[in-house]
Each structure stands twice: as structure tokens, then as C-alpha cells.
Write a protein that binds this ligand. Structure first.
Ligand SMILES: [Fe+2]
Length: 147
């Protein structure tokens, strides 16, 4: 398997674990939005769990959960003080880059990995949809397919 593909699997897994910690830690920045942020963290955790079989399949060794939690916490602290709606909209725009990256990862995947990676892409689309809906943008109702 191509080294670049396997490295991106590892990065995606680590990104989801750190992402869950990030949304968990953000509850301290936005305590009145705790429920929404818990749902985002749960989506990240579920996605990490779905990626775990690929981590094992390729014999990858992720960074420890403790280290990834510190990364997520540090990233969350960087958001301190941002207005909630601006935070949501800017995040949703930034996450579009992840969708493009995950689609590219799907395209290079062997057939047997594509279902898991399809979910990886779908979760990002769903996260963006939720953030846009939470920010009050019109036309953001419903749930993304595959999530
Ligand atoms: Fe994610």
C-alpha cells in the first residue's frame, strides 16, 4: 500500500481523536452550547472508532490518546473569545478543505477500505451541515446521507 495513503489514514484517525477532545474542551469556551458541542464530539469519536480497523489493518501506531487530547485542548483554547456564530461559520468554511482531502483519500483507497472512508467524508459533511444550521444559515436542515 502506498505510504502516503497509509499516512493519511493515521492522520485522519488521530485527527478524529483530537477533534473529539477539541469539541469537549470547547464546552469551557461556550458553556451555554455544551449540548451541541457534545454532539460534535460524539460524531468525532464515532468516526475515530470506524477508522480503527484500518489503523489495525495497516499496523499503524497512533499518538497516545493523552497526547491527542492535549492537541485538541490546545486548539480549543485558541478559539477562546470568538463570537459563537462567527466561530461556527468560519469553522464550517474551513472544514470544507477536509471534505476535499477525504474525497481524495477515498479515490486512492482499495475497494475494501472505501466504505469506512466514505463514512469519514460523510461525517465531515454532516459536521459542516450541523455547524451551518447552528449558526442560523438557511437551507441547512436535514441530515447528511451516510451518517
Ligand atoms: Fe472529524
Amino acid at each position: 500500500m502506498e505510504e502516503n495513503y497509509v499516512r493519511q489514514i493515521l492522520e485522519a484517525y488521530e485527527g478524529e481523536v483530537a477533534g473529539a477532545a477539541y469539541f469537549d474542551a470547547l464546552r469551557r469556551c461556550y458553556p451555554e452550547r455544551a449540548r451541541f458541542l457534545e454532539e460534535c464530539a460524539a460524531l468525532e469519536r464515532a468516526t475515530a472508532e470506524r477508522l480503527l480497523p484500518l489503523v489495525h489493518k495497516y499496523g499503524l501506531t497512533p499518538a497516545t490518546d493523552a497526547l491527542l487530547a492535549r492537541v485538541g485542548g490546545r486548539d480549543a483554547r485558541a478559539e477562546t473569545g470568538r463570537e459563537w456564530t462567527a466561530f461556527l461559520r468560519e469553522s464550517a468554511d474551513a472544514y470544507a478543505g477536509y471534505v476535499a482531502g477525504f474525497l481524495a483519500l477515498e479515490a486512492m483507497a482499495p475497494a475494501e477500505d472505501r466504505a469506512v472512508l466514505g463514512h469519514l467524508t460523510a461525517h465531515e459533511v454532516e459536521l459542516i451541515r450541523r455547524m451551518r444550521a447552528e449558526s442560523g444559515l438557511p437551507g441547512t436542515g436535514g441530515r447528511a446521507p451516510g451518517v
